[in-house]
Design a protein. Structure first.
Length: 681
């Protein structure tokens, strides 16, 4: 049973506060762990995950949840400017890209929708209660050490409750300061330029304050005119080449991180993030319209503090607190209102607090309890706007059992969501319980071979726009519920001969989405009705392999392949599109990445293929979207100039100049170039 009877709000508030008081006021919190050891590195303490490395690609062999990781040199070798560019290489992922450097980029994993994928940045979620989408184009790779994609959830029970509730999770890890002996500061200056008028300087500064404390800051500025040629064809009509307009962007991103260790086993982190951008919205190419004048401004800020410590033997505690404020402004001079041109402004605030307590009952058995509280508000200058406030209380009771050949995890997730509005409408509340069970097993006496499986129920709340947007929102919407099944295997060998290492991952999965939220046309195209109508049945296969070869003269070849087959069909009872593939979901897709390394030189080639799709729910010829593929190449040199470490790279993207759309009528760039240089001081 998902939805339980509602309880009085005051009891929920009091109960949650009492729970936090119990967790924080443990009388033995002042004690130290007698068996803990001093850690000299400034890197975060491990969270009990077993990691094996095959050359540049990491695999968590014992993870019961499928995981894909890009990190270190492999991440640097990809022709990627932002997080969005990099996640294209994960299997089972569709990236909705509206074109150019400034275009909106959102991730859809295993056809569950972008709102079902939680994005974590250094252990803290990056959310958007307004529309449920996170624009991955806002996050640069300049200060990213690793990107991890988990189907289901991250395979550790020592994490905030919010990490358990999403159907998929994307983790971004920023670079942790590492100082050479006798050195107290690191400086790296980078500069990128290329097509679309790109100018992209950045500076990373790391300062060692004490042996246990370090400060790092990163600032980046991006400017591009966003102009590129594209091909526009009309069936039984003309074929012309035009230049994409109104795709410019100017953006500033700044980050500040403070990492410290204290006592014998504690650590604390403080992170501040700021992003400010102005961009044009190029719009869809329809009815011979090529130019648009809409503009958007975004200003995002958050500050996040985290403390992790072990106060007594067999105990671990993790506490997080975060405040974020997001401002966005959208101007459409073509849409006239009584006050003039449409000028919408949104102000979104979030306060978030979390605490996790983990206890090692036995050497093979751990238990944890995580409790989260978040408060989201949304203000706007819109007519008939209700000014909603959402209180979210999340709890996760988890157990992990580890034996030599078997790992089992079980979670019971509980959530109470209380919705309050200031004007016009009556708020609603939801009370939800979701179970999760996962396991990893070594069936044979073969090193690094495992099979895994998981079952998970999860949900996502309707966004503020779904519920309350003027003329559209429906305050009686129910959450979307997902049920996930997965069975897979992981295998890694390291013969250390001509074939240095070979790794293999394969998963078959089945997902069911219930009460899917859809928009239905109403009295006119400016007024739509949000309803719970849809059901979606998703069946898929994912295969990932990575091979590393060693040739004479210290030449290494790293080859990665991934393939995804998905059948995601609409099974809404009595629906007009029953049995049709859902929009923008290809049945076949795949990627290839390769890297040849010789001394200071790297030559990289990557290939992405996305099969045929449909732009609307009906699988009819008028909605058909052609398959597309792109090839990217890069040549990288790592060496020294005047004793200073220098990296220089040249990239050619869309090598064969293919014209294609990721989203129909939003043309992507043809062949384009990028040059970059970085110096470490």
């Amino acid at each position: 049973m998902h939805v339980c009877k509602q309880r009085p709000l005051s009891l929920i508030h009091c109960g949650f506060c009492f729970l936090l008081w119990i967790l924080f006021s443990n009388p033995i919190l002042a004690q130290n762990h007698p068996k803990s050891k001093e850690v000299d590195s400034l890197k975060p303490l491990p969270l009990n995950e077993v990691i094996l490395t095959a050359s540049k690609r990491e695999f968590r062999i014992e993870s019961p949840m499928p995981v894909q990781i890009l990190s270190g040199k492999q991440l640097e070798n990809l022709n990627s400017l932002s997080i969005a560019d990099a996640v294209r290489y994960f299997s089972g992922v569709q990236l909705k890209d509206y074109g150019g450097i400034g275009g909106l980029k959102t991730i859809n994993v295993r056809s569950l929708g972008s709102a079902h994928t939680a994005v974590f940045y250094d252990g803290m979620t990056v959310g958007n209660a307004q529309n449920g989408q996170v624009d991955l184009g806002k996050y640069s790779l300049d200060n990213i050490e690793a990107i991890e994609l988990y189907n289901g959830q991250k395979s550790t029970i020592f994490q905030p409750a919010r990490g358990f509730f999403s159907s998929n999770t994307l983790f971004l890890k920023s670079k942790v300061p590492v100082f050479e002996s006798g050195k107290n500061a690191n400086v790296r200056a980078s500069f990128k330029t290329g097509s679309f008028g790109l100018v992209n300087p950045s500076v990373l500064y790391q300062q060692k304050i004490t042996s246990k404390t370090a400060l790092s800051s990163n600032i980046e500025w991006t400017k591009a005119d966003g102009k590129y040629k594209y091909r526009y064809q009309k069936k039984d009509g003309y074929d012309t080449t035009a230049v994409r307009q109104n795709g410019d962007i100017t953006a500033l991103r700044a980050e500040l991180n403070l990492n410290t260790k204290f006592g014998t086993n504690g650590q604390a982190n403080l992170k501040a993030y700021y992003y400010d951008s102005e961009r044009g919205l190029p719009g869809a190419i329809l009815a011979n319209r090529y130019e648009y004048v809409q503009r958007q401004w975004d200003r995002n800020f958050f500050i996040h503090a985290s403390v992790q410590n072990s106060f007594f033997e067999k105990h671990e505690m993790l506490a997080n607190v975060k405040f974020s404020r997001d401002y966005s402004r959208y101007i459409d001079p073509d849409y006239k209102t009584l006050e003039g041109a449409l000028d919408n402004k949104y102000y979104q605030n979030e306060f978030y607090a979390s605490i996790v307590n983990l206890y090692n009952i036995k050497d093979w058995w751990k238990m944890s309890f995580a409790a989260d509280l978040s408060i989201n508000t949304l203000d706007a200058n819109l007519y008939h706007f209700p000014y909603p406030t959402r209180y979210s209380y999340l709890g996760a009771l988890s157990s992990e059992m580890h034996w030599k050949r078997l790992d089992i995890q079980a979670n019971l997730l509980g959530a109470y969501i209380d919705e309050q509005v200031k004007y016009y409408q009556q708020g609603d509340s939801q009370h939800v319980f979701c179970p999760v069970v996962s396991a990893s097993f070594q069936p044979f006496d073969v090193k690094n071979f495992r099979i895994r499986a998981f079952y998970k129920e999860s949900f996502r709340m309707p966004t503020f726009n779904d519920l309350y947007y003027t003329f559209i929102g429906n305050s009686f919407l129910r959450p979307e519920f997902t049920t996930q099944y997965d069975f897979g295997t992981t295998y890694l060998i390291e013969p250390k001969k001509f074939l240095q290492s070979a790794s293999f991952q394969a998963d078959v999965y089945y997902n069911r989405v219930k009460d899917k939220i859809v928009a239905m046309p109403s009295s006119n195209l400016f007024r739509w009705t949000m309803m719970n109508l849809g059901e979606v049945d998703i069946r898929g296969l994912e295969i990932n392999t990575n091979l590393v070869f060693k040739f004479p003269e210290q030449i290494f070849l790293d080859l990665g392949l991934s393939y995804t087959y998905q059948q995601a069909i609409d099974i809404t009872p009595k629906g007009t599109t029953y049995g049709d593939q859902i929009p923008y979901t290809p049945r076949n897709s795949g990627t290839l990445t390769s890297s040849i390394n010789w001394k200071n030189w790297n030559l990289n080639y990557s290939f992405i293929y996305t099969g045929e799709r449909y732009s609307q729910k009906a699988n009819i010829p008028v909605n058909y979207v052609k398959p597309w593929y792109t090839s990217d190449m890069a040549l990288i040199w790592n060496g020294k100039i005047e004793k200073l470490p220098v990296k220089i790279s040249g990239e050619v993207n869309n090598l064969f100049n293919q014209y294609y759309d990721v989203v129909l009528n939003f043309p992507m760039p043809g062949r384009n170039y990028r040059l970059s240089m970085s110096i470490n001081l």
